[in-house]
Design a protein around this ligand. Sequence first.
Ligand SMILES: [Cu+2]
Length: 172
Amino acid sequence: MRHAVFPFALCLTACGSASAPAPAPQRIALTNLWAQPMTAAADSAAIYMTVTATCPGDDVLEGVSAAAPLKASLHDSAAVDGALQMKPVASIPVACGKPVTLKPMGQHIMLTGIGQRLGIGTKLPLTLRFRTAGEVPATAEITSMAVLEDVNPMHKHMDHSGGAMKGMGNSH
Ligand SMILES: [Cu+2]
């Protein structure tokens, strides 16, 4: 009668966890993903999205990574003396049921180390790390070539490079 036992044995390994009640897992929804270059050279990008955590239970976006040699980090922006400045932040809280929107002039994900000029349609894969939900993969696409002005004085040395003027846009 081994053939009658066999399916049961299969289920012990494949279905065993079904009987163990577990709390509903935290779920994270990422919507409206998009990105734009952050410098005139268009070799770094800011990534934006709306992050929603399901209830119950709040979550915290604690980190982000991208495939080497790209570097991804969480950033916030503030206007200081009329100029936009960005600084790294350790985490971004996401209260359950209250979407958090990463957007220009605000919180965003910074991607550097790209090493080539980005264009419309470039896809940027990332992994977001949440305290409760764990790792959540995401892909943002470059949909705007507008470059925020006065992002960071250290970027100005790139302005002389070929093609940079196109990236600066038509300010008039
Ligand atoms: Cu930034």
